[in-house]
Design a protein around this ligand. Structure first.
Ligand code: UDP
Length: 322
């Protein structure tokens, strides 16, 4: 089938493109290369079923008139790390809000199913733990993360309104922390930062006490979940959590990463950024029941593969972001 992927040169987008091409789909990838990179498309670039266009999806999708109508639109374009969206809060709001509106427009015109990459950040600093899809979240609407959290929530609200008002076919994935090869070394996230610090023999920088938790999903598991969500004939729900329910404190992550990297555990602390959620863990019963999906890759296995990526593909001296 014809699939349109926005954010195709990004971490998740590029893995999605590879998977869709392997499944025999014809893929058009769009990216403005602000946080994505052409290097992520090295495996798909010459593929006969792949076309890439450099465009900003927060601008009107005029290029879509020249396309064969897609059957599936995957809207994955957005800066996704606190450092990246902190660099361009308004651009982040635009790509999520206006990008979702343009995706809805094309879905309505073409009949394509729209899949929106939402986020566990929609739950904010959650008062309910672990997080089910029915939880409404606890988000600071004027905080430093608001540009991301609230524009993803706006995207969710716009898409569900379009389902109600126009009957478009759409689904929303709430994606929890995902990691693996092709993460940018300078996106400021904890796993790239820890990997590069370990490879340089530097202490791992823990923000705050390190008692805050996250649940880390390896990228191949996440992509399997997205593809199942996107291609399931019927679903019966619009919103589905995708993530690994294994929950680790950042201190535990530092210990496991050091083990995997065969370096002694050494940490330094620095100040916790504002509005940093204290805990996060998905309930994935819905994905399991509706899609037969659950993650398979353990944190150790995933960290080993990610560390190998940073060791061999990325300049280990690449700058870190805070
Ligand atoms: N973190 C850390 N050291 C780093 C980068 C992040 O201790 O070098 C912490 C951060 O404060 C947060 C957790 O790790 O509590 C996950 O941060 P990340 O930016 O990866 O994801 P998010 O906060 O968006 O879940």
């Amino acid at each position: 089938m014809n699939v349109l992927v926005t954010g195709a040169a990004g971490f998740l987008g590029s893995h999605l493109v590879d998977r869709l091409l392997a499944d025999g789909d014809r893929v058009v990838g769009i990216d403005n290369l602000v946080t994505g990179s052409r290097a992520n498309l090295a495996t798909s670039a010459g593929h006969p079923n792949f076309t890439f266009a450099e465009a900003d999806v927060s601008q009107p999708w005029t290029w879509a008139h020249d396309l064969e109508p897609p059957r599936l639109i995957l809207h994955f374009a957005s800066p996704a790390s606190p450092v990246d969206y902190g660099r361009d809060p308004l651009g982040t709001m635009a790509v999520n809000a206006l990008g979702a509106m343009h995706g809805v427009e094309l879905s309505r015109a073409s009949g394509a199913r729209l899949v929106f990459a939402s986020t566990s950040e929609a739950y904010g600093d959650p008062l309910e733990h672990p997080q089910r899809e029915t939880y409404w979240g606890n988000v600071n609407p004027v905080g430093v993360r608001a540009c991301y959290d609230e524009s993803k929530r706006y995207g969710e609200a716009y898409i569900t309104s379009a389902i109600r008002q126009w009957g478009i076919d759409a689904r929303i994935a709430r994606i929890f922390n995902t990691y693996g090869p092709r993460m940018q070394p300078d996106d400021g996230r904890v796993i790239p930062n820890f990997c590069l610090e370990a490879l340089r023999g530097q202490p791992l920088t823990v923000y705050g006490t390190g008692a805050q938790t996250r649940s880390f999903c390896y990228v191949s598991d996440l992509i399997e979940g997205i593809v199942r969500l996107a291609k399931a004939e019927t679903l019966g729900e619009t919103v589905v959590n995708l993530g690994n329910p294994g929950e680790f404190t950042i201190n535990e992550l530092a210990q496991i990463l050091s083990d995997v990297a065969s370096v002694p555990l050494r940490t330094v602390t620095c100040e916790l950024p504002p509005d940093d959620p204290t805990r996060r863990r998905p309930v994935i019963e819905r994905a399991n029941e509706l899609l037969g999906w659950q993650p398979k890759v353990t944190l150790r296995e995933g960290l080993l593969a990610t560390l190998e990526y940073f060791r061999t593909v990325v300049d280990p001296q690449a700058p870190l972001a805070r």
